[in-house]
Write a protein that binds this ligand. Sequence first.
Ligand code: C2O
Ligand code: CU
Ligand code: CU
Length: 520
Amino acid sequence: MINRRQFIQITGAGAAGLITGSMTSLLKAGKANAAGNISSGFTPDLDIALKATAGEIPILPGNPTGVWQFQGRVLKGDRASLASLDRSYLGPIIRARRGQKVRIRFTNEIADQTIVHWHGLHVPAAMDGHPRLVIPRGEDYVYEFEVRNRAGTYWYHPHPHGLTGSQVYGGLAGLFLVSDEEEETAGLPSGEHDIPLVLQDRAFDSSNQLIYLSGHHMEQMNGFLGDWILVNGQPDFILPVATRAYRLRLLNGSNSRIYKLAWKDNSPLTVIATDGGLLEKPVQRRYVMLGPGERLELWADFSRYAVGSETALVSLPFDGGMMGGGRRGRGMMGGSGYALSNGTGFPVFKVRVNRPAKANLTLPQRLSTIKRYDPADAVNREDPKRFHLVMRHMAWTINGRTFRMEEVAPEERVAMNTLEVWEFINEGGGMGMMGGMDMPHPIHLHGMQFQVIQRRGVQHEGYVDEGWKDTVLLMPGERVRLLVRFGDYPGLFLYHCHNLEHEDMGMMRNYLVEGKTSAA
Ligand code: C2O
Ligand code: CU
Ligand code: CU
């Protein structure tokens, strides 16, 4: 377990290396991990060097903050494929088109072992960033894959077992935006009117260094929560806009915080996309729940606001199901307490309408085509696989099991190109558990986008299940049924809770896609 002091040391010590280490080390791609070595038959449209390294960046006024960050550079292909966010620890935004072949030469320059996962992308098992593929400091891993996903807001982050929480928290995360023809003809705001917004929370000590887990077990059981809300790595974020429509791409990149998003003036949210890209048509919600790992895109039209006025995106209060006797209280977690518990309301960012727009777009009524899976086509239509999210021996588990590097249980074997019904059940109890230990769990499947076909036990209206998903939030008492088609890539993939502290303590399992590739 990395405690606060160690964390500061790790990030601080590496900062000097950032200055002396040059980009030339990024070009030494020869010493790649065997599993991901550069193959001669792969001609990339886009070839990128990406490294994880330590650095310092000003976040709060005063001392800069020691962070880890991804830094990248285009070796071949469109320079605009990488865009850095201003003054942010976040990694460069990677942009690719559907059908493009991408090579990413990743170098680990941080002290920990690590590996990168492309969250939401459908890639071969060896390219998926499974924790068994970790590389130590100084080594490279070469990723090569074709972008097969539809247009959408995907992201990338480390995935070493037990260390994902600390590394993402330390700053290692970035967006991976995929475009395609269908999206381009949808009539959506583009260019400077297409705005990525990564929501995260952090805690800082008095010298502006990041505080992570204090070592108290309850903190891990709940998931770590910071009391500063950062948008694209910045506190007190203000979005300047003109009086027109925008596309806002929201990623919840927080370790464990859930957002109940709404406009400050109570006007409804217009949602146009979920994890796996555009919905068929826009939907409206008074508020939306966004769990860790999930994405949601909004159509936000500021044309009815006067120049000079302000609004805000807020997170409304809700019952965050925190453990430790009472709920949503302060100072009960063995004395550590949270200044901003899961479910406390707060402003996320301000919107400042600062200029008139010459033109505007109208909201398209048709956004994309989604082919619906038919439950009757599922191989286990009569008998959904059930996954209980339960606590056992003071650890979060899936069906009573925690992560073992290569272990696959019978219900975790699936056949290539088959459709299955999976049901996740967050009803606590059962399996000899103590009562009253219910918590939210955002469940994520690697490699595949799925369709949510049923929810039970839901007490609110904040879900958007109309589109493709790779992460689905289950609040306490809920169960979710989904249809997932296991694709054409055989091998070991993960499914897990995307509360990163839960994941690190083992609320993660493998699933194995069995079958031969057609080439074999
Ligand atoms: Cu975004 Cu397995 O993770
Ligand atoms: Cu993932
Ligand atoms: Cu969880």
